[in-house]
Write a protein that binds this ligand. Structure first.
Ligand code: ARG
Length: 266
């Protein structure tokens, strides 16, 4: 089973292969036609997000998602980055739903901090420091496990189905919480203390997919504001019945993320 999970966790690379096969640069915006009536459903089983609906949502040039944790730091997945240290190779695109929008804000990275102790199992979070601040709202992260339940929103420019191409337009979907015991029955290797699952166990049909990794899973808090509870991490295929999506359980890493952001200079 370890092998299975490791294989699944390399699906970011698999997503990049799909991009290459379509002659696309990771993070480029040439993948799909504009969504319209009858268009393939996005994320998997979702619909287009409105411009400004999720203003902190970021597309990263290696083919992952992310969210603005501060105006100069993007929270993403550890498996989306190569390690920690100086890194000017990543471009963050923000402020748009259409990646080809001429008004997109594009900012380069300066440093990356991969979760300390990350070894491919659990701890799937990383921070990317930006060369300039992005003047857009940030997404607060959950401070406690209180919001680790209910219905969650996910969004991303990743594939709309297994093996599918990356999307030009940001897509969103709603997925319900799946408890650890149920998720463990699907994935015996689940790191229940560090991962949180979501999806429709019986029917499948709605999920994140390759290229959505690193993007946020979020919900409303008690004051009506968005709060991040998860980071897109892995799953067996996409939207398969009995195979929910697995997300980094952000509430378990709140203090580590805060400390990491401090190291990056906020
Ligand atoms: N690992 C994938 C990526 O790098 C995300 C897969 C999410 N899969 C899922 N079934 N929810 O983009």
């Amino acid at each position: 089973m370890k092998t299975l999970v490791k294989t699944l966790k390399r699906s970011a690379a698999a997503g990049a292969v799909v991009l290459a096969a379509l002659s696309l640069q990771p993070g480029s915006a040439q993948a799909q036609p504009a969504p319209g009536p009858g268009a393939a459903p996005p994320v998997v089983g979702g619909k287009p997000a409105a411009k400004g609906e999720f203003p902190w949502m970021v597309r990263l040039s290696m083919g992952c998602g992310g969210a603005l944790y501060t105006r100069t730091i993007v929270l993403t997945a550890a498996h989306c980055v190569d390690g920690s240290g100086a890194d000017t190779s990543i471009t963050a695109t923000a402020g748009v739903v259409d990646l080809r929008d001429s008004g997109a804000v594009k900012v380069k990275s300066t440093r990356v901090l991969q979760a300390p102790g990350y070894n491919g199992t659990g701890k799937d979070w990383a921070l990317i420091k930006l060369a300039q601040p992005i003047d857009l709202p940030t997404l607060p992260i959950a401070q406690t496990t209180a919001y680790d339940k209910g219905d969650f929103t996910v969004a991303g420019w990743g594939a709309a189905g297994e093996g599918g191409g990356q999307q030009r337009y940001l897509l969103k979907a709603t997925v319900p919480f799946v408890d650890d015991a149920t998720c463990k029955s699907a994935y015996p290797d689940l790191v229940a203390g560090e991962e949180i699952c979501a999806g429709f166990m019986e029917e499948g049909g709605v999920d994140t997919c390759q290229g959505d990794s690193g993007g946020p899973m979020f919900r409303k808090d008690d004051t009506g504001g968005w709060i991040q509870v998860g980071i897109v991490s892995w799953g067996d295929g996409c939207a398969r019945p009995g195979k929910p999506g697995v997300y980094t359980q952000v509430s378990r890493f709140t203090s580590d993320i805060r400390a990491g952001a401090g190291q990056l200079g906020g």
